[in-house]
Design a protein around this ligand. Structure first.
Ligand code: MN
Length: 716
């Protein structure tokens, strides 16, 4: 098929007929350029390669598209398959053609790379998202149409694969854009290559029954024609054979033989005006009985692809079912060419160059469909263009993934596999290294670099965008904490048992001990050790169970005597590296307040105690138990801090100092004063402070009081 030659002059004539203002020189120039760069190339059919772009241009002209689209049809393979560059196209044909050629080239690269089996839907959205201009999709569809027409020259394996891809990706796309004729042609061509036997059989049957069907349809048309004349309505009436793919589908879905498919032909009535459609419908129903449930009013409720028509099925002559479609000439045009037809109506004058106006017509269509049920579906289709809240990216193997806008390589990594997410150390975007917080764009090829030993970082939570990645990272952190706390808790218990000269294996074998801590949520030994590690249960409480009565300790009393300060609720005020859910106390030895540089210290059986860096306690402490700790700036915190003020022994000075402290809106909790032999006074003020910064301010204020000699923060 289609080895026949199409001539550039025919295309130019055709364009000049439907668009008098078209820049025909642009098309001529595109032809000459294409002929030059494709020179010497042939297709598998043996014909010159140039025939292909010529046919693509012809298909676009059949859709009445503008000169930019037709020129793009001629040039669509030049950047991909010849030495021509995009810059050259831009210089020779301008920005608009270059933009379209670039769009088509990008889509072509995708489809050869991609395994499409189970992601056709994403792929379609991706094409729309990447195209930015619907004309890119139209050129791509024209390209695919001609490739399908010449598919027989390819090896059988590729024929089947491309035919299936056409059904998966391109016919739904054609349907969405309302390109009914193209959809129909692509479907039949695809079926022919996928199920050749069935295709041939249906084709043969159609031929065998053709005469009989033709006769019947003519009879129906005759009856309608006569009736319409009586009512003074002029209309075009035609019988339209259904296409083979739709017959095949019907046989498949309803499990029917060919001979049981009755409505192989539809009768189409084309009238001049919208209101006549309804008049004709009334007339038809007065002749034949309509089949309930088969009346569809796509005029008042157009389909998502803008299709408008009345459909009804009636019991025609001899009791046979006949489907009848009624619409105006304009509706018929849209039914055949969909968005392309709409394009012509809206853009017939002059195409706006500005990007933001490119979609003005599309928005108009949507507005006109606002109270239509289908408009939601329509919107869904084009959401990717107009409200780009999704991005479509690839693996290096060409698999497509849909992610929300703002997603990063880390989101992508978790989307592929949790293990990939956990071990992700970097990313290559389109071949070059990019930061992990890079914002992905549609069409990016994303390669995740992993290192098996690598661990997720809490910092990732600040920039990941998908709930999947967030959940997986949090889960991992929780898991890690638990593992750490189990190891730690076990070690603490072992030492506690050793201290009391008890065999640790006794604990491991004893199942009753777990029961004692059931109220703490302990179900197994790991739970028990983890609770000890987190400081929720003291190792001594466990050891107690194994000790003789006289050695048991009164734990309640002991707990009160622990030399630490205010218990900090888990997660409040302090962040401990890697541990979310842990008891935190402050060392009384150094009394840390927010702003102090601090270090955590894992206390046996009592969670973590926080000390100021430089505190004597840490000097002697087991460095193995040291752990990083930070102040949590999001939590408001107050601490009571003693400060020592040395002054001259002078009447009224104390009052002056207290009022200067109050002026900084700081509470004084307690004050003690003593005088020394050398006529000085030493005052200890305990003040409430939110941290080092405020404390410094208070100290400075006191220093400014005349008579004050020295102010220092007291470390207990
Ligand atoms: Mn091509």
């Amino acid at each position: 098929m289609q080895k026949e030659i199409v001539r550039i002059n025919d295309i130019i004539d055709q364009v000049s007929k439907y668009n008098q203002e078209a820049d025909l020189d642009l098309i001529r120039k595109a032809y000459v350029f294409s002929a030059k760069v494709h020179h010497g190339q042939t297709r598998l059919s043996g014909e010159p390669y140039l025939n292909h772009p010529l046919w693509v241009a012809k298909i676009l002209a059949d859709l009445n598209l503008d000169e930019y689209s037709v020129s793009t049809g001629l040039l669509h393979d030049t950047v991909e398959d010849t030495y021509a560059t995009l810059d050259e196209i831009r210089q020779t044909f301008g920005q608009e053609v270059a933009f379209l050629v670039d769009g088509v080239t990008k889509i072509s690269k995708l489809s050869t790379k991609s395994r499409l089996d189970r992601q056709a839907d994403n792929f379609r959205k991706m094409i729309l998202a990447m195209s930015k201009d619907i004309r890119v999709v139209l050129v791509k569809l024209a390209d695919r149409t001609h490739n399908m027409r010449t598919l027989q020259y390819l090896p059988p394996e590729r024929q089947k694969r491309i035919a299936q891809q056409t059904l998966d990706i391109y016919t739904p796309l054609a349907n969405r854009l309302g390109l009914f004729l193209m959809k129909r042609e692509l479907e039949d061509l695809a079926l022919r290559h996928i199920h050749e036997k069935i295709y041939k059989e249906i084709e043969k049957n159609l031929v065998v029954t053709a005469e009989q069907r033709e006769k019947y349809v003519q009879e129906v048309i005759g009856i309608i024609d006569e009736k319409l004349r009586q009512f003074g309505i002029s209309a075009g009436i035609k019988g339209r054979p259904k296409h083979i793919y739709s017959i095949y589908n019907k046989m498949l879905q309803q499990n029917l033989d060919f001979k049981h498919i009755y409505d192989l032909t539809a009768v189409r009535i084309i009238v001049g005006e919208r209101k006549e459609c309804y008049e004709v419908l009334g007339i038809i129903h007065s002749i034949w009985k309509p089949i309930p449930g088969r009346l569809k009013d796509y005029i008042s409720l157009p389909k998502a692809n803008m299709y408008q028509s009345l459909h009804t099925t009636v019991v025609g002559p001899y009791g046979q079912r006949v489907e009848i479609q009624i619409r105006t000439a304009e509706m018929d045009m849209v039914a055949k060419h969909g968005i392309a037809a709409h394009w012509k109506y809206k853009e017939g004058r002059k195409i706006e160059q500005k990007d933001d106006q490119r979609f003005a017509w599309l928005q108009q269509v949507m507005e006109s469909q606002q109270d239509v049920k289908d408009s939601k579906e329509f919107l869904e289709t084009f959401r990717v263009d107009i409200f780009p809240d999704e991005v479509y990216v690839f693996t290096p193997a060409g698999e497509v993934f849909e992610l929300p806008k703002g997603a990063t390589p880390v989101d992508f990594a978790y989307r592929i596999h949790t293990a990939i997410g956990h071990s992700c150390v970097g990313a290559k975007i389109n071949g070059s290294i990019a930061p992990l917080k890079y914002e992905l764009k549609s069409g990016d090829v994303v390669e995740i670099l992993t290192q098996p030993s690598h661990k997720p970082s809490r910092d990732w939570l600040k920039f990941v965008n998908t709930s999947r990645a967030k959940t997986k990272i949090r889960h991992w952190i929780k898991q890690q904490e638990r593992e750490r706390s189990i190891v730690l808790g076990r070690e603490i218990c072992e030492k506690e048992f050793r201290k009391h000269k008890q065999s640790f294996s006794k604990l491991l074998k004893d199942s009753e001990v777990l029961g004692l801590f059931r109220k703490d949520g302990v179900k197994n030994l790991d739970d028990l050790f983890s609770a000890v590690g987190y400081g929720r249960i003291r190792a001594r409480q466990i050891a107690n169970k194994f000790l003789p009565q006289e050695l048991k300790e009164d734990l309640e009393e002991k707990a009160v005597k622990v030399p630490t300060k205010t218990v900090n609720k888990p997660g409040k005020g302090i962040r401990i590296d890697g541990l979310d859910d842990i008891m935190v106390r402050f060392g009384k030895c150094c009394n840390p307040i927010p702003g102090d540089r601090i270090k955590g210290f894992i206390t046996r059986g009592r969670g973590v105690t926080v000390h100021v860096v430089g505190c004597d306690f840490l000097e002697d402490a087991d460095p193995e138990r040291a752990i990083d700790a930070q102040w949590d700036n999001t939590v408001h915190y107050t601490a009571t801090v003693p400060i020592e003020v040395v002054t001259e022994d002078k009447k009224g000075l104390l009052a002056e100092i207290t009022s200067s402290i109050s002026a900084t809106e700081t509470n004084i909790v307690n004050a003690k004063i003593k005088t020394t032999l050398d006529k000085k006074a030493i005052c200890i003020f305990e003040i409430e402070t939110s941290g080092v910064e405020q404390l410094e301010q208070v100290i400075q204020t006191i220093k400014n009081v005349r008579g004050v000699l020295r102010v220092t923060r007291v470390r207990p």
